[in-house]
Ligand binder design. Structure first.
Ligand SMILES: NC(=O)c1ccc[n+]([C@@H]2O[C@H](COP(=O)([O-])OP(=O)(O)OC[C@H]3O[C@@H](n4cnc5c(N)ncnc54)[C@H](OP(=O)(O)O)[C@@H]3O)[C@@H](O)[C@H]2O)c1
Length: 323
């Protein structure tokens, strides 16, 4: 199943996240990883989220494209450029994009998501102008952002730079995008792609009535988020409330949690991390695509969510935890 995303590009609304191949999530065997990519692809999960710094992720996309041969055009591979602070000349920007094109085995990147570490340094606008030129030159199909806050997204759109999406952390725990970002994006036809939606796997039946383990770097990251939001006992109440909804629909906690975020305004896709060749949830996550939740389901979470902290106040807008 695909949905229209931007200018002629369609995506699967559940994207396969590749941070999990970058280390800290178990050892990834390249051959097994590519075989696992084929299984996701054959089940309809054709859209991949990755980054220049996610270990071998861009090379795995290149290997998978070679394996697909004539059918390589069936995948959508969304990478990121996460440069260290420094001069953003055309040469610097183009060299980075050329590396990703080479590693991913493609002349044109489907989507380039740009991250910036320091708003005190406004050379992010230089970088984005060069990236927009590279889009015109055909090296990038669509330009996008990750972890930008609403204030800078506004600066960027007012500078006349067209971006099609912003990738942000968004889950039933981290609902910061609902405060300002979603409405800003909806009004300007900018899509949200969400990560952390399953809180590294904590948002699942497996953690109902259980303690948290910190077996992956993803779980370490989201355990901190859960603590800032209200703590593990409150999170257990959220899982229990989700379990009641899941049972009603013959679904699971994870699929209900992901569907609720996909149903939010401006959200075009939820990224679900995949430990390629180690673990998979292909059949279960197919349910995210056809699950139809009602307003009663959403409202049943309100008593739990009302007891949580406002992460907008605790942390700040989208991406502020990186700065
Ligand atoms: N832009 C950014 O700054 C940024 C930051 C973080 C992540 N991301 C992107 O978002 C992706 C998602 O990563 P994340 O760290 O946020 O993790 P996540 O998607 O919240 O969690 C991924 C984990 O959830 C578990 N899972 C998946 N489907 C499940 C199901 N149906 N039932 C139960 N468990 C399920 C799997 O655990 P097991 O493998 O243990 O089964 C998987 O490893 C990354 O790969 C990356 O592409 C972007």
């Amino acid at each position: 199943m695909t949905v229209a995303f931007a200018g002629g590009l369609s995506i699967c609304p559940v994207l396969n996240g590749m941070w999990q191949v970058a280390g800290g999530h178990g050892r990834i065997d390249p051959a097994r990883a590519v075989a696992a990519m084929r299984a996701y692809h054959d089940a309809g999960f054709t859209t991949w989220d990755l980054a220049d710094h996610y270990g071998p992720a861009e090379d795995l996309i290149g290997a998978f494209r070679r394996e697909l041969g004539d059918r390589a055009g069936e995948i959508q591979a969304f990478t990121k450029w996460v440069p260290p602070p420094g001069p953003m000349t055309r040469a610097v920007v183009e060299a980075a994009i050329d590396v990703s094109r080479r590693r991913m085995g493609t002349d044109r990147l489907d989507l380039l998501q740009f991250h910036w570490w320091d708003y005190g340094d406004n050379r992010y606008l230089d970088a984005l102008r060069h990236l927009a030129d590279l889009r015109e030159a055909g090296k990038i199909r669509h330009l996008a952002l990750t972890n930008f806050d609403t204030e800078r997204l506004s600066v960027i759109t007012e500078a006349g730079i067209r971006v099609v999406s912003n990738q942000v952390q968004y889950s039933l725990v981290d609902r910061r995008p609902a405060a300002r970002m979603a409405e800003f994006c909806r009004a300007r036809d900018i899509a949200l792609l969400t990560y952390g939606t399953l809180l590294g796997g904590f948002l699942s039946d497996a953690y109902l009535g259980r303690d948290a383990d910190l077996g992956t770097v993803s779980k370490q990251k989201y355990r901190q988020m859960i603590d800032a939001w209200g703590g593990w006992p409150l999170f257990q109440d959220l899982l229990a409330a989700l379990k009641r909804i899941a049972d009603k629909h013959g679904a699971s906690v994870a699929t209900v949690g992901a569907r609720m975020i996909l149903d939010r305004p401006a959200v075009a896709g939820a990224i679900v991390g995949a430990r390629l060749g180690i673990a998979e949830h292909i059949a279960e996550n197919s349910r995210i695509l056809d699950l139809a939740l009602d307003t009663e389901d959403t409202a049943s979470l309100d008593p739990v969510l009302a007891r949580s902290s406002d992460l907008m106040r605790v942390i700040g807008d989208c991406g502020d935890e990186y700065r």
